[in-house]
Every structure is written in C-alpha cells, then in structure tokens.
Design a protein around this ligand. Structure first.
Ligand code: 13P
Length: 279
C-alpha cells in the first residue's frame, strides 16, 4: 500500500489496544523478510535502524530501500530511527526520508532530555518523534545502561512539556539476551498509561515471555521493538546453511535461508502484537 508516517499506525494501535511490531533490520534481506511477513498477514509494520546500523550503511541506503519496497507492498510501512543518539543523526534521517524518529536522551538529566527532545520535535515538523524516559537496561549498540524505572508523574510532565508523540517508559525490560526471565512492573505501566494517552513503546522485547508482552499491550503499549530475536534468527540460519552446505560461495543461498528464518520469526511476532489483519 504505502510508505507512511508511524503516526496513524500507532494512534490506531493505542486506540484499539493492539501493537505494531517495530523490527530492527541490518540489511536488505531483513527488510524483505519484514515486509513479506507483514504483507502476508495484512499487518501494518515499522522497520527501524539503530545508529550502529547507520554507521555501517547510511540512512539514505535504508530510506532508499524501504521507501521503494514499501511503496510496492500491500500494507502500510514506516521507517523509524531507533535510539537516535544526537540531534544531527535525527536531522539527517529526517532529510533522507525517515518517516518516524526516536531521540534517546534517557541518559541525560531530566531537563536536558526535555530540551533535546523539544529541539528534535521542532526540527522534525510532521515526522512523529519518540523519546525515552527512565532507562531500558542492557546494551543496544554503544548505548548501555542499567534499568532505571520511569516515574509516572515525570512521564506525564515530560510528555506535556515536550509535546512528544510517543514515549518509551522503562518498566523492567533490557536490550539484548536476558540472563534470567525479566520481571516487568505492570502496575507502573498501567499508571503511566493512565497519565499518558500517547502511544507507549516497549523496548528490549526479545526474550520477554509471550503472556507478558500481551499484558503490556493490554495496558497501553502500542509499539513493540524486536532486534535481538531477529539477529539470532538470521545468524543461526546462516550458520546452519553453511554447516549443511560446505563450500557454498553464492551469498544468495545462505542469505536467502536467513531471510526465510527472519520472516518466520516476524510472522510469529506480528501475531503476538495482535496487528494481523489490521492493514
Ligand atoms: P531487543 O534487542 O531486546 O529485541 O530490543 C530491541 C529494542 O528495544 C530496540 O530499540
């Protein structure tokens, strides 16, 4: 259907109590996998890239690929900057055609996070902006932190003062692979959702049990981020292919197998988000 802003997708998700999956991609095969899975399930979808990915291949590469491929897909898809690490990074992504931006000032003091977020919102114009308050734990690129839970009253103040479109609260998740089952503070999420009517974003979702993800969506989470899960699916499929087919020299063979594995995982996650049939 189209390459779109994340705005309408996430507003509808919040209003109708489902979530849109936001899938981190590293290359063309992962973009194809996400779009094919979403197309087959008639689901809206977000494709996102971290600063580390954009240091590897610049925003114009992903904006070019995703905008052209999404335009030919039968579902709406947005391209989001995940964990934008500077005003300049967000500006370049906006200029190159990203349709959704995150500015992550979560490691800054409260007032500085507000100031940075406001400056990006002003620059972004119509492009919706996500911010983070409190800190999601774990490591995403160079961004590493312990968990610092979001204070619901501060979340309300942050959204009111910045006018940010969506908010990622810290409720106990962490990026990367969990060493033990994460314990999420669902009561805190409920209180944040009661004070903040905007779309809420769950980071660090790989490894969070299915029922817990569903409980978060019921309580107002409308964008669910997955990175580690897809990286694992991709890499394991390449390893398995090369182990079974020693001597392979055609990258299409093992990358094709990886694409298939990522697509299968994305289909499961779209169903979990409840966005199947929403496009
Ligand atoms: P995971 O790596 O745990 O899936 O987290 C992804 C994420 O939150 C990206 O911002």
């Amino acid at each position: 259907m189209s390459f779109v802003s994340s705005r309408e997708l996430l507003l509808r998700a919040r209003a109708e109590h489902f979530a849109v999956g936001a899938f981190n991609v590293e290359n063309m095969e992962m973009v194809q996998a996400v779009l094919e899975a979403a197309s087959e399930l008639r689901s809206p979808v977000l494709i996102q890239t971290t600063p580390g990915t954009l240091n590897y291949a610049p925003p114009r590469v992903f904006a070019g690929m995703v905008s052209r491929m999404a335009a030919a897909a039968p579902i709406p898809a947005a391209l989001h900057l995940d964990h934008g690490d500077s005003f300049e990074r967000a500006r370049i992504c906006a200029e190159e055609g990203y349709t959704s931006l995150m500015i992550d000032g979560s490691l800054l003091p409260f007032e500085e996070n507000i100031a940075l977020t406001k400056s990006v919102i002003e620059m972004a114009g119509d492009i919706p902006v996500e911010a983070e308050l409190g800190t999601v734990g774990g490591k995403e690129d160079t961004h590493a932190a312990g968990i610092s839970y979001t204070d619901p009253a501060q979340a309300e103040e942050f959204v009111a003062r910045t006018g940010v479109f969506s908010l990622a609260p810290a409720i106990g998740t962490a990026h990367g692979v969990y060493k033990s089952e994460p314990k999420l503070d669902l009561a805190r999420l409920e209180e944040i959702a009661a004070r903040v009517p905007n779309p809420l974003v769950l980071h660090g979702t790989s490894g969070v049990p299915v029922d817990t993800v569903k409980a978060c969506i019921e309580r107002g989470i409308s964008k669910v981020n997955y990175a580690t899960d897809l990286r694992i699916a991709f890499t394991k499929a390449v390893e398995a292919w090369l182990a079974e087919h020693p001597g392979t020299i055609d990258p299409k063979k093992y990358l094709g197998a990886a694409r298939q594995a990522v697509k299968a995982r994305v289909e499961e996650l779209i169903r979990l988000c409840g966005s199947e049939g929403k496009a």
